[in-house]
Design a protein around this ligand. Structure first.
Ligand SMILES: Nc1nc2c(ncn2[C@@H]2O[C@H](COP(=O)(O)OP(=O)(O)O)[C@@H](O)[C@H]2O)c(=O)[nH]1
Ligand SMILES: [Mg+2]
Length: 478
């Protein structure tokens, strides 16, 4: 995931100051030096870093901050606000045409993710904005691109218009425009061809399409992995085409993130979406405030909730949660939780969105986790309905049978049963309520962290008004 080391370094930088009772120019300078290094190492543009640090310093040395009760936390807040400013401050929105069809034109270099993003946006418009969307295949340079778009269109059930690779992009666009009008489409997304580098031919083709379509949006896809090149590419495309917004792709890779952090302030073009995977639902609306918090390791619980609402069966999750808290949780619930989790994407990604869990995320190996979950699912699937409902009846012979059925060792079955017991116990403790977690406070296992005094599920100051359940005696099983 992008920003991993930036987050860690920024956190370290700010720890130097949050612990200090008094803010002085010297400990401030030390922190800012660290912040500056972190950003440069993340490949953020030099001038952007310079301005950023100067702004933070100016604000932090302001009288109010120095006199504040906890100046360290005030500085963290200032850094967050400056980061947010850098990322654009306001959420960008798609401009819809009030008096007719909204035309959206994709642009970008080859391989940056135009075709994939076109389909993702079509899906987003259809599901979230109730649009009747049409995809148009105007990449006639690479014949496979038409097929790629058709396959994607099929998977999201959005029609794809094409005249084949023999017709020029402009003629295809003209015909598609006519077709959209005749068939009641309200939003049309034009996929276009890319090149390895910006060249005149490409720009001419795109300009002609633009002149004909008068698109409400020209969306440029840029690849996060290319770092500061994003800025160069965006600037050139913007000069020649006046792009309206950016889609930063491949944030799921190990990009350092500098491109995303620099591009807005240098080109003044807002980021509309970020893409973090190859699947059609791996697209996120870009919110500068949430991204700033994510970069600072504060998590992004709002985006996580939205993702959950979109991908999970919320009712099912709620009822399983209820069963968990009332101690009725069984293997069927566990199985359905695994399935729901699966739909939320990578574990690393999920953990990162939870405040305070950033460090944990760094330790998680997604492949290993997936293999483990697959094993656990196979074990549960080998149980009879009765065994799933009452795992406490599992004795040696049943365990043997299940292990065989799932192709695992008996030890794996035992491991699952132990985890299940632990989950059950945890859930009963958690029903006492979750305290607010401080991103700069303790981590897992530390005081104030998970399981420690004042931590996750055990806090006396959790602020939850829910009644605490009496601890349930653990049943003996084996
Ligand atoms: N990991 C990852 N891969 C992506 C993302 N977006 C696109 N891709 C992949 O990048 C490759 C190029 O994408 P494509 O849409 O064909 O790029 P185009 O040449 O600009 O149309 C394909 O293999 C996509 O699956 C993303 O956000 N994350
Ligand atoms: Mg393409």
């Amino acid at each position: 995931m992008a920003f991993e080391s930036l987050t860690e370094r920024l956190n370290r930088a700010m720890k130097t100051i949050t612990g200090q009772g008094k803010l002085t120019e010297s400990n401030m300078d030390e922190m800012l030096r660290e912040v500056r290094m972190s950003l440069l190492e993340a490949d953020v543009n030099y001038q952007v870093v310079k301005d950023f640090v100067a702004n933070v310093k100016e604000k932090a040395l302001g009288q109010k901050v120095l006199d504040a009760l906890n100046p360290g936390q005030m500085v963290v807040k200032i850094v967050k606000e400056e980061l947010q400013q850098l990322l654009g401050n306001e959420d960008a929105q798609i401009h819809f045409n009030d008096n007719g069809i909204t035309n959206i034109m994709m642009a970008g270099l080859q391989g940056t993710g135009k075709t994939t993003a076109a389909a993702k946006i079509a899906r987003y418009l259809k599901n979230k904005k109730n649009k009747k969307a049409l995809l148009v295949a105007c990449d006639v340079i690479r014949p496979a691109a038409i097929e790629q778009l058709q396959t994607l269109g099929e998977s999201i059930q959005v029609p794809v218009f094409t005249l084949g690779a023999e017709t020029s992009a402009l003629d295809t666009a003209k015909a598609a425009d006519q077709y959209a009008k005749e068939n009641g489409f309200d939003t049309v997304i034009y996929d276009t061809a890319g090149r390895l580098h910006i060249d005149e031919e490409l720009m001419n083709e795109l300009s002609m399409m633009k002149d004909f379509l008068h698109p409400q949006e020209i969306l440029l896809t840029v690849d996060a992995m290319t770092g500061q090149d994003i800025v160069t590419v965006a600037r050139e495309f913007n000069e020649q085409l006046q792009i309206t917004a950016l889609i930063v792709t491949k944030l799921d890779g190990d990009a350092r993130g500098g491109g995303l952090l620099s591009v807005r302030s240098i080109t003044n073009v807002p980021v509309l979406f970020v893409s973090n995977g190859e699947k059609v639902d791996d697209l996120e609306e870009f919110h500068p405030d949430r991204m700033a918090e994510r970069i600072l390791g504060m998590g992004d619980i709002l985006s996580l909730i939205e993702k959950a609402q979109e991908n999970m069966d919320v009712e099912l999750a709620a009822s399983s949660m209820e069963r968990m808290q009332s101690g009725q949780f069984d293997m069927n619930d566990l199985l359905s939780q695994f399935e729901q989790m699966n739909r939320l994407g990578s574990f690393k990604g999920i953990l990162k969105m939870i405040p305070g869990m950033n460090k944990m995320a760094g330790m998680v190996d997604d492949d290993q986790m997936n293999a483990q979950i697959k094993r656990m699912r196979a074990i549960i699937n080998s149980m009879t309905p009765k065994e799933r409902a009452r795992p406490d009846i599992l004795k040696a012979s049943r365990k043997n049978r299940i292990a065989k059925g799932a192709g695992v060792k008996v030890a794996d079955v035992n491991k699952l049963l132990t985890s299940f017991d632990q989950m059950k116990m945890m859930s009963q403790m958690m029903s006492g309520g979750m305290p607010a977690m401080n991103p700069f406070g303790g981590g897992f296992g530390k005081p104030g962290g998970f399981g420690g005094p004042g931590g996750f599920g055990m806090s006396k100051h959790s602020g939850s008004k829910k009644k605490r359940k009496a601890p349930v005696k653990k049943k003996k099983r084996r």
